[in-house]
Design a protein around this ligand. Sequence first.
Ligand code: 13P
Length: 292
Amino acid sequence: MAIVDAREMLLEATAGHYAVGAFNITNIIQMEAVVEAAVEKRAPLIVQTSVTPSKFLGRHVLVAVYRALAESAPIPICLHLDHCTDVDYCCRCADSGYTNIMIDASKAPYEENIRQTRQVCEYVHALDGISVEGELGTVSGVEDQVRVAEDEAALCNPDQAVDFVERTGIDLLAPAIGTAHGVYKTANPKVDFERLSRINRILNGNGPRVPLVVHGGTGLPPDTVRKLVALGGSKFNVSTNLKHILIDTTFQYISAHRDQYNPGKLDAAVKDAIRAGVAGWIDLLGSAGKAA
Ligand code: 13P
């Protein structure tokens, strides 16, 4: 169907009180699995890559595969660059055909975050049809090249949100609300629901304007996920969970078929497992059927 940017897709999700799954992939099999799951579920989809896989596989290759898959899929799909701290690489990925770019200058002082984020917005918006995500506050944990220690993490100041949006020109805001990248150390991570709710009221209280992004999806209890979606999270990022599925399935398959040398069967097992995992997330986020 359509190659789309995230803004329109997520404004609809915000209005409809569901979230679009944004799944980080590191290879082509994962990308196919994620797309197949979303097609089966008739769900809008965001495929995303961090900077390392984008450079390892090559951004032109990733965009070419994304385009081939998106053009023949009956659902809207975006290709998003996740947590890029380098303004120039953000611009190069936009040139190559990514449909959304995240500039993550959240570790920099506030004014510097604004400066870098605005720089990316000015470049990317001139290309037309590409949206930009910015982060305010810092999400703890490790996502690719971005590391934030727990005691270093700062939650998003709701009173700064409007200023940040207006001075940068971002389309999507990722507010730090206590979720973290990677595996949570506790079964019930402390998430600041009230903060998300307040930011949503401030930005979207008079109708959807700036979709909100929830980072650190892996390991959140299902009730927490539902509540975050109900309170305004409309892009929901999941990465570590898919990496675990890939590695665990590979290990299990090889352990059970030690005498077999058929990479196609291993790939199929990995693809099936990722597809099933992603389908579960789509159900949880409430986006099944929303692409119909
Ligand atoms: P997890 O790795 O915790 O799922 O977080 C994903 C994410 O927020 C990517 O930006």
